[in-house]
Design a protein around this ligand. Sequence first.
Ligand code: RUQ
Ligand code: CUA
Ligand code: CA
Length: 610
Amino acid sequence: MSLDRRKFLKYLGMAGAAAGTSLLVSEGMKTKEKGVGPTVAEAQTAPQKHSADVKPGELDSYYGFWSGGHSGEVRILGLPSMRDLKRISVFNMDVGTGYGITNESKAMLKGKFCGDTHHVHGSYNNGVYDGKYLFVNDKLNNRVARIRCDYMEVDKILDVPNIQGMHGLFTQRAPKTEWLVCNSEFQIPVPNSNPSQPPAQYNGAHTIIDAEKMEVVCQVLMDENMDLAATDYGGRYSMTTSYNIEKGVTVSEMLGSDYDYMLVFHWDRIKKALKDGKHTMIGGVKVLDGRAGKSDLTIRIKVPKNPHGINVSPDGKYAVCSGKVAPTCTVVAIDKLEDVFNGKIKPEDCIVAQPFIGLGPLHTTFDGRGNAITSVFIDSTNVKWNVQKAIDNEKLPEEKKKNTHIVDVLDVNYQVGHIMATMAETKEADGKWLVSLNKFSKDRFLNVGPLKNECEQLIDITGDKLKLVHDSATYIEPHDCIIVRRDIIEKVVKDRFNMFEHPQAVTKSGVDRKGKKVTVKLTANAPVFGLQEVQLKKGDEVTVIVTNHDEISDLGHGFALSNYNINFVVAPFQTKSVTFTADKPGVYWAYCTNFCHALHLEMRMRFIVT
Ligand code: RUQ
Ligand code: CUA
Ligand code: CA
């Protein structure tokens, strides 16, 4: 029962568009076009394909989910082709889809149309993505959004109180995602009601969110700031790096101490503290005290000053903190954390290695074969190193270490931030591809004016050497990504909405008037809207609800109202609405903006305002 739009249009041309206003597609024409790409099994056993080897009409083997930085969006790329497949508007406004224009999106965005998405992570089942949700943070307005993977659209946005600079975000990996955590990179007065409070009394908070309800479970109040976040593979801990244990408010103050922390949060103890009612209510949420000496919920492991990324190896054994200011990574044994919490060993005793990496290590990813790959900002490199070798070398005297943990160093172009390998944040890290998300592209592409594109590079990691195979110019900003095997997502993505998920789905077009409040209900069915004209009076408060009744996959309709600044797109069986005041008398054409039919241009109707 599915036909892609391209075939459909071709058919229309052949059969003659004279069929007119009814869209009659015979059952015989509704053949499901099968994907022509390799099957998952083929993709996994075939020799590694180059990005350019994904031929026209072939499908990729991985979905990449990208955070779009200060564009406020999330993107879907196909790997290894690096094709840009979709932009999911999250904290931004998108006039292409009407996100930020429709009532449904406005209710989630609450007037805040800019955002800064840094970290996308998926929901898990036993250490592997379950294909249900993606979550992403907004560093700017301190929100978390959830994207449903069946529709690839945002379905919930949660505003988080008491924090600023919401940065690291990570989902629970086992047994399944019930919680997710997010950090506050900036310390502020909590509650933020006394602007003259001295910075020494500012706090950060580690926020725990119920993934299904999208509600704050609690916040753990801290003295430290919290940068990146990770969870373990046992459902026991969340971990973060902190670079401002100084509570500095200037750069030099934030660099004042010669060490900072990796912080660990003990989930069972947090659950117990909540059960025992140890929380206070601040800003409408439960707040537990995680500050040093105030509770047993947290531990602090000293790491070289101002660390950045924290990533957990796919075997669940190690958390790797990337040094940023220090040229090293700090490897922490996760199975020793419990002994630190119980006071059996000192926090620094769970550090098993501190290998030299390069100048400015930021983020670490893994190939699933015991190697880590770390992005190095100042050197502009990706450094591949063997984790066990680094641990073994740690026991040698300084002069004998000789950096034998380093397997390969690849120059990237240039100044890399995040990097991510295929499935690397799961137990099924497969070590096929690596993406290096570079903040600068200097001279790598045609000059497009002062604001240059950025550059993400695709690297083959199947051999010992890191092999650069593809450059992609990219729009603001390739911040971070996860790369998910195609089979995980493909089986959950839908071709059409469940029409009755929207309480106002239109089954019959018509106009309801209650005084000045007018509801215009429209079906959209190529190439007609369910009404040809609507009569309004100046000053009417009008809600237009549009339901797309076309069941052909990828046949979306637009609804745009001339001179009323309204434009949105409804996917098959989707319903969206807008509300506006009919303040301009005259005749206004509403029309379909999304090419849908040979008679797409004729798909229009009049709003007559008297
Ligand atoms: S941070 S470049 Cu916002 Cu992800 Cu490290
Ligand atoms: Cu409907 Cu174009
Ligand atoms: Ca510091």
